[in-house]
Design a protein around this ligand. Structure first.
Ligand code: PRX
Length: 655
């Protein structure tokens, strides 16, 4: 890692924005000065860009750290801000969603139409007894109803928990149970890789008879969108079709103001233990930073831009930069249902050409897989509408950055590499297009109003040129407000490490270069980042040992050219199992098992069946050594192992 980063830090290329871009940009250099002079006043100004039912008089309250509130005495309605407000301002005919189904279906949904739909859904939800503070699980493909469902939940002051459609029934069940969801909104299925991938059966399985399981069933209804047309099982009384209820509901629904700190959503993400954490976000501060960052980092001009963020709504990027940020700004955006390579490898570029996308936001892993396919594919399409490119989710290596700039951005579109997390709610570190000279590979500078540092274990700044831990030194509006149902875990995970300084510990290693720009070095904990998706080693290990064949398992994230990191598992099989079953095919069975337990994204790239695992005398697995093996490196220092021979045995077995 460190030689790689030394190489990165010698990066000398700089790209200044063109004068035209800078002149027209929403962001300007004076934002930094204003924020530095009065940080809280700066955020209050941004918050006042929203519509408040009751204006706030309070800014940040940090009297009970690490529990922050922002604008707490104000009241707003998040959905009103994303919808009605634009219609009332005369923009009802503006297209909110340019939807493209994977199978070629199309829908254009205007702000007026989306507002109407959300009001009807809000009425349906209330008719089903869902009210402020209730939790609603959303398990949908990328269709307009997904956005409408989120906004309808927000409109009535309820809390959504969106579960990525690629997660298994078990993962869905765990999330439904942890949040105590009252309603699930799903679809029969959606299109993925050229065929219908069913969703409703996973909901049925997650809610299957739980007699004797000790879990109290909280789900009263399942609202089902028809998208795939696949056959589904039906439980009368519990299940309702969207198309049979929503169109009949009244389109009149008054948006009530809710306190700024009313919870807006829970989103589960992987941590260092086996159990995903329910990250809790609230309304006023979150929407303020979502809208502000989308406006200045994505340089949104709502009258002229066609924006496209490729993230699924099941991830934080989909929450903040598909649903809330762009709609709060009245932007027009593309929503695409499927995979990038269906029915052909140029599908994304075709979508950009078709809709004249101007601002494009995607993940490095996607860029690297397009690089692999070759420039001929994007070059078949007219990408000249693109004027700004964004990257999110993992470090973007300079080579991919340059390819993105040259092949997709025609050497003119600025690239913003945006660092943030599920927990931060919105972008924290990024260039401001039109202001910052960009540098391939570096996320660069904290946004106006955001304060970060790189520190050592004692919380002391490491200064320029040195590696350390990334911290956020002051609270920010869209920060997580806690972990659902577990305030202790919230404190422990993010705040205890630098408790005396009051810093938020992000879990990422970072380095400042001589210009003070931030370079992200990846996670410093047992969290992996595979294709920009966060996965926990402990969660996959616990899935593996849940299989009858497995005695012990250790999982590491090994670097991978395309996906950034890949899951590699080392597994010890039970002797008793081997006596009764053949060993052949076990690795692929276990790979499938992990896919069923967690979801296909968690399937290990490699599973090595080994006789032993490297452990310290106190029994701790030394993952560092396994990572050496997984990455094909010479194995590092083994002197602290209880049995120093173990690594040579493992290396031999892996070869
Ligand atoms: O390690 C960092 C990496 O992704 C982690 C957050 O993952 P998640 O909560 O799933 O959110 C992803 C989308 C915001 C971070 O701790 N990460 C995210 N963006 C970048 C990044 N690493 C380097 N550069 C980035 N731009």
């Amino acid at each position: 890692m460190s030689s790689q980063i030394d190489h990165l830090l010698s990066e000398t290329r700089r790209f200044a924005p063109s004068a035209d871009f800078a002149d027209a940009a929403v962001g300007a250099a004076d934002l930094y000065e204003r924020a530095a002079a009065d940080r809280e006043g700066f955020w209050a100004d941004q918050a006042r860009e929203l519509h408040w039912h009751t204006p706030f008089t309070q800014g940040l309250d940090w009297s009970n750290p690490p529990f922050a509130t922002w604008f707490a005495d104000g009241e707003l309605n998040v959905a009103y801000n994303c919808l009605d407000r634009h219609v009332e301002a005369g923009h009802g005919d503006r297209i909110a969603l340019l939807w493209e189904g994977e199978n070629g279906d199309e829908r254009r949904v205007s702000y007026a139409e989306l507002t109407d739909e959300v009001k009807r859904v809000a009425n349906v939800l209330q008719g089903l007894g869902v009210g402020a503070g209730d939790r609603v699980a959303i398990y949908l493909p990328m269709i307009p109803e997904a956005v409408a469902a989120m906004l309808a939940v927000a409109r009535i002051g309820a809390i959504h928990s969106v579960v990525f459609g690629g997660f298994s029934a078990d993962s869905l069940r765990a999330r439904i149970d942890d949040a105590g969801a009252k309603l699930v909104i799903t679809a029969d299925g959606g299109y993925r890789k050229g065929k219908v991938s069913a969703l409703k059966p996973a909901v049925d399985m997650a809610l299957a008879d739980r007699n004797g399981s000790g879990v109290q069933e909280t789900v009263e209804h399942v609202l089902v969108v028809r998208r795939g047309g696949n056959d589904v099982e039906w439980q009368d009384g519990r299940d309702l079709w969207w198309h049979e209820t929503v169109p009949d509901a009244s389109p009149d629904h008054e948006a009530e103001g809710f306190p700024a700190e009313n919870p807006l959503f829970i989103l589960y993400t992987s941590g260092t233990t086996g159990k995903p954490k329910g990250i809790l976000h609230t309304s006023g501060g979150y929407l303020t930073q979502a809208a502000f960052t989308n406006r200045v980092v994505h340089d949104i001009h709502p009258e002229t831009d066609v924006y496209w963020c490729t993230a699924d709504i099941g991830w934080i990027t989909g929450h903040t930069y598909v649903t809330y940020g762009p709609l709060a700004n009245g932007a027009t955006q593309v929503l695409y249902e499927g995979t990038p390579d269906t029915p052909h490898p140029g599908r994304w570029w075709e979508v950009i050409e078709k809709y004249g996308v101007t601002v494009f936001y995607t993940a490095p892993t996607a860029i690297r897989s397009f690089m692999k396919i070759g420039r001929e594919v994007p070059q078949k399409f007219d990408l000249s509408s693109l004027r700004l490119l964004g990257s999110v989710g993992e470090p973007i290596n300079p080579e991919a950055w340059m390819w993105y700039r040259t092949i997709i951005g025609d050497e003119t579109a600025p690239i913003v590499d945006t660092w943030w997390q599920t927990e931060t709610g919105a972008i924290m570190i990024s260039a401001l297009p039109g202001v910052t000279e960009t540098k391939p590979g570096s996320a660069q500078v904290p946004l106006p109003g955001i304060t970060v540092d790189v520190v050592d274990d004692a919380g002391e700044p490491v200064g320029h040129g040195n590696g350390g831990l990334l911290v956020i030194t002051e609270p920010w509006p869209s920060m997580l407000r806690g972990i659902w149902g577990d305030p202790e875990r919230y404190k422990e995970t993010y705040w205890d490490k630098f408790a005396d300084k009051g810093y938020y510990f992000a879990g990422d290693g970072a380095r400042l270069d001589d210009d003070g720009d931030v370079w992200l070095l990846g996670r410093v904990d047992d969290v992996m980042n595979v294709s920009g998706h966060r996965l926990s080693t402990a969660e996959i290990e616990s899935a593996l040992v849940g299989n009858e064949a497995v005695a012990e398992a250790a999982v590491v994230g090994a670097s991978d050219e395309t996906t950034g990191q890949a899951v590699v598992a080392f597994v010890i099989i039970k002797q008793s199992f081997l006596k009764a079953h053949p060993a052949e095919g076990l690795a692929s069975t276990l790979r499938g098992w992990v896919g069923e337990q967690i979801g296909p994204i968690a399937r290990p790239r490699d599973i090595y069946i080994v006789g032993e695992l490297p452990k310290t005398r106190s029994g701790k697995i030394m993952r560092r050594l396994l990572r050496d093996v997984a990455e094909g490196r010479e194995v590092g220092d083994t002197t602290t192992l209880a049995d120093t021979m173990v690594m040579s045995t493992i290396s031999a077995q892996v070869k």
